[in-house]
Ligand binder design. Structure first.
Ligand SMILES: [Zn+2]
Length: 469
């Protein structure tokens, strides 16, 4: 079955066919490292993590490049404020980014180029553009000449004349046309800078991604991705640079929708800024955030609210209860020990999941298929007829496999004594107590106690602690 991807460049869904059979080159615009990563960064990284995981599941070998912008006005300002260096600031926040990606369970990229390590290559690329008369030097700056880009506006669907009418030259810039953009910026006082044929300075942002992507993936590669806010001007300018150099560039452009909080743009000044660390400190489990994201197609905006996280928690608990029921019924968390057969039903679920993911990575539908499987297993577990039970081993394996494609971490639930496992047992115990099955509920308490986990019922619910011997 082919995979269909919405390509921003063509404005329609296209059948995906990589340049080299079985291999994919993918470039994602990564973080500018000057602050703690927030949940908008989480959505971006997670969107492409799921796309990557699905493409890998479909058998593709992927070179997954995600850059780091480690020279930029914001980083320079931060360094100035903190009386620190560019390098110290960027290293500090890159570490924070890596730590957060780790907590979220995002696979590391195969390549992670840093802008400051590619300055020489950027100078060479800019020099090539000047020689082809697609760029010009003005003072110590170098600008891309927008008039030389034949198809400018094709990615963002804008026309050059309309754009010209709204554009103004900012004071201090030496451009011929207000839409011309900087490839190289002359050094300002006490800024970090590098030597170049045009004097000391630093590269512009757009040239950075064009050079790093093509250096690692080759001039023409398969997928270029980022947030919707990068379509213009960042990605539009990247395309212009490549066409200016007479080269082919990325073929499929994937953009994800942005994140709001309670319907509003997230901003420190608005006091609604949620970092990934804030989220994890409060909710302890990255899967809740992931379930919220999965429920919305990646191309749409997602609105974060605490109520939606509570709903995501409830969805999560449906999985946890299943794992506990299995354990109760068969006395094992090892799926290999479960009875097995009747693969047909499970395969039909898997097929539906794949159909959804093949259709431009439609995670809301894929997730609902996964929930249907969980419900089906729960039903079978509540039903005592042996014949039906026989699909469990294969079904559970499939649930874990498909959850893994979506980057959900249920496989950890199999680990004894993990925190997720304990909170799952508490959820199940509460449910049994609601159903007035006090004997069964008490057995869960005893079972946990035997493993050194003490439950404490308070008016705000049940908490737990490890027994100290
Ligand atoms: Zn970029």
């Amino acid at each position: 079955m082919p995979i269909v991807i919405y390509n921003t460049l063509s404005g329609k869904k296209e059948e995906f066919a990589p340049i080299k059979k079985g291999r994919i080159g993918m470039y994602i615009c990564g973080p500018t490292v000057y602050d703690e990563p927030h949940i908008g960064h989480a959505r971006s990284a997670y969107t492409f993590d799921v796309i990557r995981r699905y493409l890998e599941y479909r058998g593709f070998k992927i070179k997954f490049v995600r850059n780091v912008t480690d020279v930029d006005d914001k980083i320079i300002d931060k360094a100035r404020l903190a009386q620190s260096t560019l390098k110290e600031v960027s290293e500090k926040y890159l570490k924070a980014y890596h730590d957060d990606m780790d907590v979220l369970g995002i696979k590391p990229p195969t390549d992670e180029p840093k802008a400051t390590e590619y300055i020489k290559e950027m100078i060479k690329f800019i020099d090539g553009l000047i020689k082809r008369e697609a760029a010009y030097q003005s003072g110590g700056d170098v600008y891309f000449d927008i008039k030389k880009a034949k198809n400018y506006g094709k990615l963002s669907g804008q026309n050059l004349e309309n754009m010209e009418s709204g554009a103004r030259v900012v004071h201090g810039e030496n451009k011929k046309d207000p839409l011309d953009f900087a490839l190289w910026k002359a050094v300002k006082l006490d800024e970090p800078s590098w030597d170049s044929p045009w004097g000391k300075g630093r590269p512009g942002w757009h040239i950075e991604c064009s050079v790093m992507s093509s250096k690692i993936l080759g001039d023409a590669f398969d997928i270029h991705g980022g947030g919707l806010d990068l379509i213009f001007p960042h990605h539009e300018n990247e395309i212009a640079q490549f066409e200016g150099a007479g080269k082919k560039f990325a073929r499929y452009w994937i953009h994800h929708g942005l994140l709001t909080i309670n319907g509003e743009k997230m901003a420190k000044s608005a006091g609604n800024f949620v970092t990934i660390k804030d989220f994890i400190t409060k909710h302890k489990n990255a899967d809740y955030l992931k379930l919220l994201f999965l429920g919305v197609h990646y191309s749409h905006p997602v609105d974060y609210t605490e109520e939606k996280i509570e709903e995501a928690k409830k969805s999560y608990e449906r999985f946890i209860i299943l794992f506990h029921k299995l354990d109760e019924k068969f006395g094992t968390r090892d799926f290999k020990k479960l009875p097995d057969a009747n693969r047909g039903d499970v395969d039909r679920f898997k097929e539906k999941f794949e159909i959804a993911m093949n259709d431009d990575f439609n995670t809301p539908v894929a997730l609902s298929v996964l929930f249907n499987m969980v419900n089906e297993c729960n039903k079978i577990l509540s039903d005592d007829s042996d014949g039906k039970r026989f699909m469990l081993q294969y079904a559970m394996k499939a649930i874990i496999e498909l959850s893994d494609i979506l980057g959900l971490s249920f496989k950890n639930i199999k680990q004894e004594k993990s925190d997720i496992w304990i909170s799952g047992a508490i959820v199940l115990r509460e449910q049994l107590r609601k159903e007035k099955k006090f004997k069964e509920a008490d057995e869960i308490r005893k079972e946990l106690e035997a493993k050194g986990i003490i439950l404490e019922d308070t008016k705000d619910g049940t908490t737990w602690r490890r027994k100290i011997f």
